[in-house]
Design a protein around this ligand. Structure first.
Ligand code: PBG
Length: 341
């Protein structure tokens, strides 16, 4: 057998009874050898925790996402402090507005729920990085991610609104804005709006390859953002396409994205790998609500070992090439990582 990179001395080794000179199992024998040979590391540094925020009322658990809550503003400081104490570097905020209308007006209101939440979190824990999802679906009465006319989601009319939303989040103190509406040109429009408004330091995490996925179901319960008619296939990507993801990412980087995202994560590990190989830009993957709920449901029934399954999934997303993971498991993972595997 030809000596491999892994066993350069293979020919000099005494052969065992089975005549094997190369035995991959040697490095799997004990934990410390496995640690040394490990290729992929999952760390708390990689995690971003999504938070759903509401103006007031009680803290409410989301039925389809056990362990995930809608946080009223007054309880948000506690939660933000817990996240920071666990060592998680960032949160991303999703809002449930007080009202919805055709334009999604609360999305860019100074006293909108996310604007208020950004101020609350930044006051409580200034060092925690605050990201905000920039979209319209939670704020419009029709539940689409853009301005609708004649049953169509209008691209260019939506760009101005997205820019306005991003600027108002930046003014509230957001460190990163994350456009997720999948309108063409949204990153460029937001970069221009931020720069013009005097926020050149605010970064953009682009939902660059966001697929029209069934795995967003529980999120739409959580954020009350299901479309009232039709679906999102006229703007989110077709799950059959991977090459197209490279185009989307290239465009977003060209338009000024600082970081790009693939979403969902688990059914799209191939896309994560292809984007990682093709671009140097920091890469995020969104381990979405449906991916969370499936594991939770199986774990609650005793059908799967939650901790082992979650750490394996998050490690797989890292192995596919993602630098950072948006995951509802971030707090659990931070605790488990601290305890050691
Ligand atoms: C807003 C948005 C969605 C998610 C993140 N941002 C929902 C959607 O596009 O329908 C989904 C996140 C998740 O499922 O965890 N457009």
């Amino acid at each position: 057998m030809e000596a491999s990179r892994w066993a350069p001395e293979a020919t000099e080794l005494a052969e065992g009874s089975a005549g094997l000179s190369t035995r991959p199992r040697r490095l799997r024998r004990v934990d410390n050898l496995r640690r040394l040979a490990r290729e992929t590391r999952l760390a708390v540094d990689n995690l971003i925790y999504p938070l759903f925020v509401v103006h007031g009322g009680p803290k409410e658990e989301i039925p389809s996402m056990p362990g995930i809550y809608r946080w009223p503003l007054e309880l948000l400081p506690e939660e933000a402090e817990e996240v920071a104490t666990l060592g998680i570097p960032a949160v991303i905020l999703f809002g449930l507005p007080a009202y919805k209308d055709a334009q999604g007006g609360e999305a860019y209101a100074d006293d909108g729920v996310v604007q208020r939440a950004v101020r609350v979190v930044k006051t409580a824990v200034p060092e925690l990085v605050v990201m905000t999802d920039v979209c319209l679906c939670e704020y419009t009465d029709h539940g689409h991610c853009g301005i609708v006319r004649g049953g169509q989601v209008l691209n260019d009319e939506t760009l101005d609104v997205l820019g306005r939303i991003a600027v108002s989040y930046a003014a509230a103190g957001a460190d990163v804005v994350a456009p997720s509406a999948m309108m063409d040109g949204q990153v460029g429009a937001i970069r221009a709006a931020l720069d013009e408004a005097g926020f050149p330091q605010v970064a953009i995490l682009a939902y660059a390859a966001k697929y029209a996925s069934a795995f967003y179901g529980p999120f739409r319960d959580a954020a009350d953002s299901a479309p009232a008619f039709g679906d999102r296939r006229a703007y989110q990507m077709d799950p059959s396409n991977a090459r197209e993801a490279l185009r989307e990412v290239a465009l977003d980087i060209q338009e000024g994205a600082d970081m790009v995202m693939v979403k969902p994560a688990l059914a799209y590990l191939d896309v994560i790998r292809r984007v990682r190989d093709a671009f140097d830009c920091p890469l995020a993957a969104y381990n979405v609500s449906g991916e969370y709920s499936m594991v939770k449901a199986a774990a609650q029934r005793g059908w799967i070992d939650e901790r082992a399954a979650v750490l394996e999934m998050l490690t797989a997303i890292r192995r596919a090439g993602a630098d950072m993971l948006l995951t509802y498991f971030a707090k659990d993972a931070a605790r488990w990582l601290r305890e050691g595997r």
